[in-house]
Design a binder for this molecule. Structure first.
Ligand SMILES: [Zn+2]
Length: 294
């Protein structure tokens, strides 16, 4: 047994030396594994996978049970990708009860853009106006999963919460937390800003479940900055938009295209194309214009 400890310990040192940040990790973590400082204890002869060791070492974690909703997320804990879960919406259970009683509004300000379609793209969050430097707080207790700078999100933070949700806070001017840090509901995690793909200081805020965004307005009163319900039943309806989204198809207009030609090409009526794109039958098509046809 002792030789196993020595092996595991040397392995952690090895991994820790070149893997400062974890990648996508699937761990099968026996509940009896506890890493505390340099001590590893396995209560019985359960084997621990290579991946779980990588995860634990990069986390510097003391006890795997610290990861919020670890079992729900199949022990995937990733410090890079917002959605590393590849979970299909159909796999999401019928109804899930989520505790919203802790809810704390991240930025008490006016909504400037909602969840849903926006200029032909789907917007997965809610934007609120702010002034650069305004404090942004965590919506619930949780553990910081990602602290990154992205091309679109700018400086952003992703937090996994104990209630099973994850939240995303983007376009920040400053991060005030570190990866794998435990945060409390209402704790200031960063300062608002205008980084990434942003035209003016605002917070882009997302609520996700198993990696899939849900419309925050289902649960949050953005006028009063409070949760609408203390307990929320999350169900298939909240993810219905994904099925619609999967059906959406676009065609890029080329030289010589006409509405009637496009209508024939895809077997969709001109009226339907007009309705989907909010244009008129006599609207002039531009080359390169994206037209939705389903
Ligand atoms: Zn946004």
């Amino acid at each position: 047994m002792r030789s196993i400890y020595v092996f595991l310990f040397s392995f952690i040192i090895l991994i820790g030396s070149y893997n400062a940040y974890s990648q996508i990790i699937m761990v099968n973590l026996p509940p009896t594994v506890i890493l505390s400082g340099n001590n590893i204890s396995l209560e019985d002869d359960e084997t621990i996978s290579l991946d779980s060791l990588m995860s634990l070492s990069s986390l510097g974690i003391i006890d795997a049970s610290l990861i919020p909703a670890a079992q729900l997320y199949n022990y995937v804990w990733d410090n890079e990708y917002v959605n590393p879960y590849r979970q299909r919406v159909v796999e999401i259970p019928d109804t899930v009860v989520i505790d919203f009683s802790q809810y704390c509004h991240p930025n008490k300000n006016v909504v400037t853009s909602d969840f849903g379609y926006r200029r032909g793209r789907f917007h997965y969050g809610v934007d609120t106006r702010l002034q650069t430097g305004d404090s942004i707080c965590s919506s619930f207790d949780g553990m910081v999963r990602i602290v990154q700078r992205g091309r679109a999100y700018g400086n952003y933070i992703v937090i996994r919460h104990f209630n099973g949700l994850e939240t995303v806070y983007a376009h920040l001017s400053k991060h005030l937390v570190q990866v794998n840090q435990i945060v409390r509901a209402g704790e200031i995690i960063g300062l608002g800003g205008n980084t990434g793909r942003s035209t003016g200081p605002h917070l882009h805020y997302e609520i996700r479940y198993l990696g899939q965004p849900v419309a925050p307005r289902n649960f949050i009163d953005f006028e009063n900055y409070t949760a609408i319900y203390r307990i929320v039943d999350l169900n298939a309806e909240h993810f219905a938009y994904v099925k619609e989204l999967e059906q959406v198809r676009y065609y890029t207009v080329r030289r010589g295209d006409t509405l009637s030609g496009i209508s024939r090409k895809f077997g969709v009526s001109i009226d339907r194309i007009c309705q989907l794109n909010n244009i008129k039958r006599n609207s002039v098509l531009r080359i390169g214009q994206r037209l939705r046809y389903t």
